[in-house]
Design a protein. Sequence first.
Length: 403
Amino acid sequence: MTKSNSRPGLSTRAIHAGEGPDPATRAAAPNIAMSTTFVADDLVGFSAHDQDDDAPFIYTRWGNPTVRMLEDKIAALEGTEACLCLGSGMAAASAVFLTALSAGDHTIVSDVSYAGVAELVRDTLPRLGIEVSLVDMTDLRAVEAAVRPKTKLIHTETPANPICRLTDLPAISAIARTAGALHSCDATFASPIGQSSAGLGVDLVMQSSTKYIGGHGDAVGGAISGPRELVEKLRAEAAIHYGGVLSPFNAWLIARGAATLPIRMRAHQEGAITIAEWLEGDPRVSRVIYPGHSSHPQHDLAKRQMENFGGMMAFQVGDAPTGAEIARRMIEELAVIHYAVSLGHHRSLIWWMPTDELNDSSFRLEGRQLEHFRDYAGDGFFRFSVGLEDPEDLIADLDRVLG
Ligand SMILES: *Cc1c(COP(=O)(O)O)cnc(C)c1O
């Protein structure tokens, strides 16, 4: 994209950032550079530490033109200097933890997060000599109290998968700054459009680009955006040495999805508001948790921090056996919505989450933290990723299976 004095708007950035007509053929759409290696025109070093931004492409694990295009596009959307794309959201999450932390360090992590992240920090980090405190990020005093001299990283997730609980990002950023720790945030539910995480003080913004950024359910990928120095350190360790790089083909698919991210997020939000209102008004539904609805316990924070409320919601239908029965009916009878995991796609996806099972397998909360989790989760809930179909068709589907 050619530079001009004023920064282009989000939709323009989503379409043009990172790309431009091919200099050789004038092709308007980006090419896919599947090549693993690049012919050198000079003598260059062969170490992760020889790499900088202007270095020519040498080998695709170090950097690739198609992956670079996506990295530049995501950085432009997040409003950060740089971005590193990796092979999955979990590759991005593990890269953040393993690069920022060493044996003897301490990290504070949201006590409710994507199950893979929850299990990684609970099972793997302690094995490596890293101490972990799992804290309810809505309790700012508890976060402050958890800080230790060796705290190097505070990791948040907002809205948190799967219960759509929010974290006050500027407040946590301030605590991290005082502690001399980095603040990383998994903003997958929000996408770069839902909130300006870096603008709210987050040092490293993590995304599973499998979700909203790719948006079509056909490519797994992950991204970490932040200041160039931090991102280049991540690239040297996590991409070049741990090796979990993104395939150029997936980068191309995800970039194609990313071009329509702003307009898709507007449509996701519009559909989700319609559905949340319908669910709120239905007597079979006992609770709806959608950040964009006034019934969300943190709706004020959502309005302050989010620019788009997205398409993710959780809703409860009464006691757990009823929920499980409805889930079984969904598997048999849904016509439009897919009963499937994942989220952020153009297709609507729904999944039943029994609270006790989820807590036993992933979170293992007790006492006040469990109570607060239950406040959002009830005895079980449906995680609903509202897609881009006509809301009336989604409502007809839900109406039928709620019985
Ligand atoms: C899906 C997801 C991940 C993991 O991403 P993958 O691309 O599946 O590895 C991490 N965090 C959140 C919030 C997610 O929803």
